[in-house]
Design a protein around this ligand. Sequence first.
Ligand SMILES: [Zn+2]
Length: 281
Amino acid sequence: MLNLTIPQTAQVIGANLKHVTQASLTKALVLRKQTGPRLSTDIMLERTRIAIDEWTNKEPSDKKIWLSVRKKDISRGARNFLWRCLHDSYRLGKKWLHLEGFEERASCHECDEFDSLDHILIDCKVPGQEVIWKLTKALWEKTGKQWPDLSLGIVLGCGLANYRIDTNLPDTGLNRLFLVLVSEAAYLIWKIRCEWKIKHEGRLDKRPSAPEVASKWRSAISKRIQFEIIASDTGRFKHKAIPVKLVEQTWGKLLRTENLRGLRMRDITGFLVGIGMDEPP
Ligand SMILES: [Zn+2]
């Protein structure tokens, strides 16, 4: 863990917390002679900590951040993705410049900017992140809760949401819903990106279209809901089943049903088709 509190970090880099970037943090940590393989991981941890502290007024420790991306509520693929993001271990952007013959992979072919996790997950103009976040936000807002000002730090710390119920106890269902929706969305953006960038070599005529992206999102979320409903069957999965109560706390209010187990795939898909329709992608 860095021996640097959030206000100290902001002081070192002379920045408003809201505008802490990869570059400004790198500068701050290098000034503190923090180097070596831990540097990039420390930067990601610090960005996550700052974003979560701003959002929830709770400053998570490194341990809490690591544990939050290992939660079993996150699907295996998304868990691995978030874990690698926190380690900053993906070969992205300038890391390609040192590999002869692959230099063109360093930039986003659409935006003509160096690729990075921020670019792919938050800023890129290629349909993908924008459509998926718009739909995720529309779905989340069905809970009546405000969608946070999304940043890479919030995505990496999606398991650290701090919604509370009236009695001031943690709202387990809402916190879990945020974790599932954001982790699934981020992982889907990543998969769509890899397909375009690696399989289609970033060809502009192979850019994913907005309707394709929206359809992939609906499919991923409906599969996830369906999976949870099936996995909560104690008759079939015994002690390995996801507690029904937890599944109901997570999805019940959103799907506006008390009989979650009675939902069929087409009910779920039908519900998701209506999401974001007032504001088409
Ligand atoms: Zn781009």
